[in-house]
Design a protein around this ligand. Structure first.
Ligand code: ZN
Length: 254
């Protein structure tokens, strides 16, 4: 995250910036395999929210005068040198997922320059640490990660028409990226599903956060996961694209 600048274009850029309210989160694993997780993980409540119907949610989008692109397909470019092989593939998976759930109504084409959506990657330094405490016959492995945001979308528009979007994705420095050996810094806490990528691309289509913990647009969806080693940690990580978003995409671009 050395030199990044946010350009606010025309003063009406819509920016989806998540303020990280996480303190450093820790995951502990003993070599016996018994996992002890931070209280935040166990206290992860998901049952307080009542999901609005598809029509209610879409009506809200219309009431909020959601912005949209004025053409299809949408072009994109990936800074593959910065993103590396793993993350570049995750980005492609995210585009494919959005195209797939809309039955191809929303489609994408990769270009070298002047893309509608340009994607770049950078790395968070000094965030991951591993220590091993040996105490008599037992050893405790402690991995820790700091709280950080995994992505950010900056969208510029004129009136209700989206003109361009820039997406920045953040990985953890110190992991393998391009050589294929070891885990990618982008894979930490993500469980393989390109959740952050889909989330940021949907921001680039004008969709905002919601309060549904199971939604791809949940406001915490671009935070790093609390745990990096917990068994079953992926169960809360895979959020599907909301029906109201799929319906809105098909109606808007069909
Ligand atoms: Zn977001």
């Amino acid at each position: 995250m050395s030199k990044k600048k946010i350009y606010w274009v025309f003063g009406i850029a819509f920016s989806a910036i998540l303020v990280i309210a996480l303190s450093a989160s820790l995951a502990f694993i003993s070599i016996s395999g018994r996992a002890i997780d931070s209280p935040e993980v166990q206290g992860n409540s998901q049952n307080q929210y009542s999901i609005p119907s598809v029509s209610e949610a879409r009506a809200q989008l219309v009431a909020n005068q959601k912005k949209a692109w004025d053409h299809m397909p949408i072009s994109y470019s990936i800074n593959r040198e910065a993103c590396g092989g793993y993350e570049s593939r995750q980005i492609e998976r995210a585009f494919n997922e959005i195209s797939s759930v809309t039955n191809g109504v929303v489609s994408f084409v990769e270009v070298e320059i002047d893309a509608d959506i340009s994607l770049d990657c950078s790395f968070v330094e000094n965030c991951y640490s591993l220590s091993v405490d040996i105490n008599g016959n037992s050893a405790t492995r402690t991995e820790s990660i700091c709280g950080y945001e995994r992505g950010k979308a900056t969208v510029s528009s004129s009136g209700n028409v989206i003109n361009s979007a820039k997406i920045e994705l953040y990985g953890l420095a110190g992991f393998a990226e391009t050589d294929g050996k070891g885990m990618s810094g982008f894979a930490v806490g993500r469980c393989g599903w390109p959740q952050t990528e889909v989330h940021e691309i949907l921001h680039a289509f004008g969709y905002r956060h919601n309060d549904n913990p199971n939604s791809i647009m949940y406001h915490k969806a671009e935070n790093v996961g609390y745990s990096i080693n917990k068994l079953g940690a992926c169960s809360n990580s895979i959020r599907s694209i909301d029906e109201y978003i799929i319906e809105d995409l098909i109606v808007t671009y069909g």
